[in-house]
Design a protein around this ligand. Structure first.
Ligand SMILES: [Zn+2]
Length: 485
């Protein structure tokens, strides 16, 4: 029944907007997650029962399947994905462990053998899982939420529940991707799936989540929130007893801004920035195909973080200053670059981050004019990079996440240098051509995981010139940067 519901919702949703054939292909083969959650804010715990139905759309047979258990990175203070020097900001009340405790795994309703090594769960299958076969796994688990103000944890106002459930690892031509939770960058790589998530929570809590709220059922002191999604590559939710909301429609999407009580002026601003960003990116890249998008203030000390249909924005930005707009627009651009067009953020972080920074600059140019756009570019991208170049030797933009020294190194190489490359490219191919290439890249890679080569392919196609060496040189060079942009 749940599946039928999701399908009908999904097809209605996509028939008006996105290329139907692309969506249909993924709807047939993508994993389907159904998760029933009970949320206990008092003890900072979650219990969950999760069903995942997987279709083997590969040409290989599998004897085992791999899932990420990201909460286990939060078990000890030595393994948490935060730099040492930021531990006080990450854990303002001091360290306490977070983890996921797997109680049982069933494969086709039979108890299965499994092994856990840090953040990876390997499920052994009794029979080979052959191409075109379908398999349902059931996980019973509970999750301890740590007192950390990051993607996964809680602060004084919000519970940030992201990267919290067993998610199927990607299997591609390189095999299984079982990378750990690195402390630099966004160490995630996933395929799109369809989700139905029911969350039981005390009734004083409001829940913002990926997907769309389909139903809210109150029974005594408990409310069950039921969410379903379109094709998305993750499911995140944020709970708070202090949320207020404002909402508005932009084209085909309802945008909701969640903010802390008393910060209505800035909650309204966040809503306006998100609306403008969606409208701008719909026009430049292609339509946002979902019914809902939520911008959520959170106890989050690292700026902002993107998840499908939901971005968390540090509550500290809900006040005077320019950062709120920049962060909301940046995270919204990720809905296109990381969300709709995915990529391996461990091996090619530049692909979503550089495109996202470039898109953010595009927003400023679009709404405030070229001069304002230029000024933001210099202030946020070019000058910080120049400064970095004076004091440090920059490493190449294209690196595996484990090869970045720290966030400063990552930020300079990936965000700044990556965006400078795109601005330089814009000055060479022309603004119109670059935007045409981005549109084509979006259309060709919607719901897929793209690579740098896919970006180059779109660029070459639109311009009729081969940009392969140019992009490779920019991404791999370590000498001082020379740009006309
Ligand atoms: Zn980003």
């Amino acid at each position: 029944m749940a599946v039928v519901l999701i399908l009908s919702f999904f097809i209605k949703d996509f028939s008006r907007k996105a290329p139907m054939r692309t969506a249909e292909k993924f709807v047939k083969t993508c994993p389907r997650y159904k998760i029933d959650v009970v949320f206990y804010p008092e003890t900072k715990r979650i219990t969950a029962l999760q069903e995942v139905t997987i279709v083997n759309d590969k040409t290989d047979s599998f004897q085992e399947l791999y899932f990420h258990l990201y909460p286990n990175a939060f078990k000890t203070s030595d393994t948490v994905p935060f730099p040492r020097e930021e531990m006080n900001r990450a854990y303002p009340e001091g360290f306490a462990p977070g983890y996921i405790n797997i109680k049982e795994v069933l494969v086709k309703s039979e108890r299965a053998d499994y092994e856990i090594e840090d953040t990876i769960l390997k499920v052994s299958l009794k029979r080979p899982f052959k191409p075109k076969e379908k398999l349902t796994l059931t996980f019973e688990y509970d999750v301890q939420i740590p007192p950390s103000c990051g993607r996964f944890g809680h602060g004084k106002n919000t519970f940030n529940i992201a990267n919290w459930y067993p998610i199927l690892a990607v299997y591609d031509e390189k095999g299984w991707h079982t990378e750990p939770y690195y402390s630099v960058g966004d160490p995630f790589y996933s395929e799109v799936g369809l989700y139905q998530v029911n969350i039981k929570a005390p009734k004083q809590y409001t829940i913002a989540a990926s997907g769309s709220l389909k139903e809210k059922v109150e029974q005594g002191d408990v409310v069950t929130w039921s969410f379903t999604t379109g094709l998305v590559r993750d499911f995140a939710w944020i709970a708070s007893a202090n949320f207020e909301t404002v909402e508005a429609n932009v084209e085909n999407t309802k945008v909701t801004s969640y903010y802390m009580k008393g910060k209505g002026e800035y909650g309204q601003k966040a809503l306006e920035f998100a609306k403008k960003a969606i409208s701008c990116f719909n026009e430049y890249f292609g339509d946002y195909p979902y019914d809902d998008y939520s911008v959520v203030a959170a106890d989050f000390y690292i700026g902002g973080m993107e998840y499908p249909n939901l971005v968390m924005i540090g509550d500290e930005f809900y006040g005077p200053g320019d950062f709120l707009e920049y962060v909301v627009v940046h995270e919204t651009a990720h809905q296109w670059w990381y969300g709709l067009v995915g990529n391996n953020q461990i091996e090619e972080a530049w692909l979503d981050e550089a495109l996202t920074e470039y898109s953010t600059l595009l927003y400023y140019e679009h709404y405030y004019g070229k001069r304002a756009g230029r000024s933001v570019y210099e202030k946020v991208i070019l000058n910080p990079y120049r400064l970095y170049e004076i004091s440090m030797t920059p490493g190449p933009t294209l690196r595996h996440l484990s090869d970045f020294k720290d966030w400063t190194d990552y930020s300079a190489a990936v965000y700044n240098r990556g965006a400078i490359m795109l601005k330089d490219l814009e000055s060479r191919v022309g603004r119109g051509k670059l935007h045409e290439a981005l549109k084509l890249y979006f259309k060709d890679n919607l719901y897929k995981n793209a690579t740098g080569e896919d970006f180059i392919k779109a660029l070459n196609h639109v311009t009729g010139v081969d940009w392969t060496d140019y992009i490779h040189n920019w991404l791999t060079a370590t000498e001082a940067l020379d740009t006309a942009a």
